[in-house]
Design a protein around this ligand. Structure first.
Ligand SMILES: [Ca+2]
Ligand SMILES: [Ca+2]
Length: 385
């Protein structure tokens, strides 16, 4: 979806450009709109029809006079584009199955009670329901951070000691002290040139290119935990707590085996659902062997989406979370908890393009040192609801 472009065009008072974008969205989203006859009904119809297609709130129709849409109108859709920095400057909508979706979409995850790292599959691999938790509503980005979004971050001069996050920013509302710790700044690289050199960490599998090439909708890899955190803070969000990530992958109280498991004990996995290794090949690109093309464009395998629409929770890249990694879970029970111990490692979830299948199980946990910088590691951001 192209809400970022469309909304900002409207805010500039450039009604025609904004409405033209809406028109494009309609033709993409609403099959019944393709006949062209209804288009002749004019701009108000375009806005009302988008609302009918569930992409914006109905109150956006009130902005037909060109006034900026309200936050309420934006929040009625799949996220608040105005709060996602990386997509606020007209980033191309190139993500998702059709390669035409908003790369910053951030669906709402409805909170509830469940058990961490537990699933209802009959193989008994994650059979303990002892680690109960309650999670409030939050947004979790639909996609892993893309190269295109990270390019906006680098272009803004962010993510280095020269321009670190402001102390305390990016805090999770329910967890005091979870924002940027100035002590972390020394772990960022000195400047943009050093960061650009560092994210080229693997000559055959790094997704970064110095100039935009074919990877803008592939997930950004070779980033440390501190860089992932700095990105999400700058982007208007935060790194998800391990419990939030786990809750989304488990489908909450459904306790899914894989993010896509319906029914929740469903153990089937195949290359239509994610990018991983079958033990012989990386299957993401459908070709033998493992190559950068196995780092698939985010959201390109929608059959692997989770309960609330997040893509690639299983596979493609490992995803950093906010929490220190301690096993078993250190906080029981957990109410929007986060383990903020300085334990020398962070929980990383979901497996990656060359990992074994079991690492894609929603409940599977892993810990990596914050400084870990490899082609298997990326992240996605969470946001306040
Ligand atoms: Ca392959
Ligand atoms: Ca992933």
């Amino acid at each position: 979806m192209t809400d970022d472009v469309g909304l900002h065009a409207l805010e500039r008072g450039d009604h025609l450009a904004g409405l033209a974008r809406r028109d494009v969205q309609l033709r993409e989203l609403c099959p019944w709109y393709r006949d062209g006859i209804l288009r002749s009904l004019g701009h108000l119809f375009v806005l009302a029809a988008l609302a009918a297609c569930g992409r914006v709130g109905f109150d956006i129709a009130a902005t037909a006079d060109g006034s900026p849409p309200t936050d309420a109108a934006r929040d009625a859709g799949n996220g608040d584009a105005s709060r996602v920095t990386s997509c606020s400057t007209g980033l191309s909508a190139i993500c998702g199955a059709a390669g035409a979706g908003d790369c910053c979409e951030s669906p709402l995850v409805t909170g509830g009670a469940y058990a961490r790292s537990f699933d209802v599959a009959t193989d008994g691999m994650f059979a303990s329901n002892a680690f109960t938790a309650t999670v409030g509503d939050f947004r979790l980005d639909k996609y892993e951070i893309t190269v295109g979004r990270f390019r906006a971050f680098i272009a803004a001069g962010m993510g280095t000691q020269a321009q670190p996050p402001v102390a305390g920013t990016g805090a999770h509302a329910a967890t005091s002290g979870s924002g940027w710790d100035p002590a972390w700044t020394t772990n960022l690289l000195a400047d943009t040139n050093a960061l650009i050199a560092a994210v080229k960490c693997n000559s055959t599998a790094q997704t970064w290119t110095d100039a935009p090439a074919g990877n803008e909708n592939r997930p950004m890899n070779c980033i440390t935990w501190w860089e992932a955190m700095a990105f999400c803070v700058w982007d208007g969000g935060y790194l998800p707590t391990e419990t939030e990530w786990d809750y989304a992958a488990a489908g909450g109280a459904e306790q899914r085996a894989f993010p896509w498991s319906t029914p929740p004990g469903f153990l089937e996995i195949d290359p239509t659902r994610g990018s991983y290794s079958d033990g012989t090949n990386c299957v993401g690109d459908g070709l033998p062997g493992c190559a950068i093309t196995d780092l698939i464009p985010v959201g390109s395998k929608p059959q692997g989406d989770g309960r609330w629409g997040q893509s690639d929770l299983g596979g493609n890249l490992w995803e950093w979370t906010l929490d220190a990694y301690r096993t078993p879970y250190s906080i029981v029970p957990c109410t929007d908890c986060a383990d903020l111990a300085a334990s020398g490692g962070r929980a990383s979830r979901g497996g990656y393009y060359s990992s074994p299948i079991v690492w894609l199980r929603s409940a599977n946990r892993f810990g990596n040192a914050e400084a870990f910088r490899v082609s298997e590691q990326g992240a996605r951001c969470a946001r306040a609801p």
